[in-house]
Design a protein around this ligand. Structure first.
Ligand code: ZN
Length: 319
């Protein structure tokens, strides 16, 4: 992994590059921006650059330092990744202990805290100690898509670098050129993922593209009440189904407002979308989208979203 693998982040990489050149990359940083756009990968490449032992260009991507960083087994790299769980005091205690030692193999000890908005208040407060006076050979990178959920005292001690999603048309081209996707799949993934390359790449090997048309046919174009196969899905499948439906109605709504065809998520079903425009009023579309987002919330909280989905079906057939 090298910096040129990170696409569409010229501004963020420019700042990082300038700091690295002046050997100013130490202390505490916060990488913010939507999920799946390369923040974590960039943090690892920086760790690679700082600990690379290659002689020509850094990170070389092939020395033992680079390879260990890539596999996340380098003794001078520690990544805290608790997924959706809280980051607790014990996690931070480990960082404080490790940071007091000199690097073992490389030049800089790098600590990456993924989903840093999950720091609980105890953990955030104990992190302050090291953020106030980080040792010279220590770099701490906080990664978050919700910086507003991080306490101000932590934020103010970190230099923030903002990452942004790719322009959707740009991501569509990347998916066609670099990943050999056909135009319909690339367009759908780029627009559905809202320019987040990580999400688009994760979805490209799933049956989502096929499924979304099945959902469209059975849920919107069908003239009979809800297909039971939709009602009997797992929580995750239902969540995907709700997201897909929301994206359909987003398209119908925006086409009704005059959005250029090229900007629709479901360009491959453009003619079906056009047919649906006169069927729904703006008020109905507002209600449907509110129901969808409510259902998604209920589903997330493990409440009875099937009932809501059923009501949504009724709402649609009335239309
Ligand atoms: Zn290297």
């Amino acid at each position: 992994m090298v910096f040129s693998d990170i696409l569409g982040q010229d501004r963020a990489l420019g700042i990082i590059g300038a700091n690295l050149e002046k050997s100013h990359f130490s202390g505490a940083y916060i990488f913010s921006g939507p999920e799946g756009i390369g923040k974590r990968m960039t943090a690892k490449i920086i760790a690679g650059q700082l600990n690379c032992t290659g002689q020509v260009s850094r990170p070389c991507g092939s020395c033992s330092g680079c390879l260990k960083i890539q596999k996340e087994v380098h003794p001078d790299l520690q990544i805290i990744q608790n997924g959706q769980s809280q980051i607790k005091m014990e996690d931070i205690r480990g960082i404080l202990r490790q940071a007091s030692f000199r690097p073992y193999e490389g030049a800089v000890k790098v600590f990456i805290i993924d989903n840093a908005h999950k720091l609980n208040s105890e953990a955030a407060n104990s992190l302050l100690k090291i953020l106030e006076e980080p040792p010279r050979d220590v770099l701490i990178i906080l990664i978050t898509h919700k910086p507003q959920n991080i306490i101000k005292t932590v934020l103010s001690r970190c230099k923030e670098i903002k990452f942004s999603p790719l322009i959707r048309a740009q991501l569509e081209n990347v998916l066609i050129k670099n990943y050999a996707l056909d135009k319909a799949a690339a367009h759908f993934l780029a627009y559905y993922a809202e320019g987040r390359i990580g999400l688009a790449l994760r979805l490209k090997d799933t049956p989502l593209l096929r499924e979304k048309n099945k959902i469209f046919d059975s849920f919107i174009l069908s003239s009979k009440p809800l297909d039971h196969s939709i009602m009997n899905q797992t929580k995750e499948q239902l969540q995907v189904c709700l997201n897909i439906l929301a994206s359909w109605f987003r398209d119908i709504y925006l086409l009704k407002c005059g959005l250029p065809d090229q900007e629709t998520i479901h360009l491959d079903r453009h003619s079906d979308l056009l047919k649906l425009i006169p069927r729904f009023s703006f008020k109905q579309l507002d209600e449907i989208m509110a129901t969808l987002s409510e259902s998604s919330w209920y589903l997330d909280k493990n409440l009875n979203s099937k009932l809501i989905l059923h009501n949504l079906g009724v709402q649609l057939w009335k239309a």
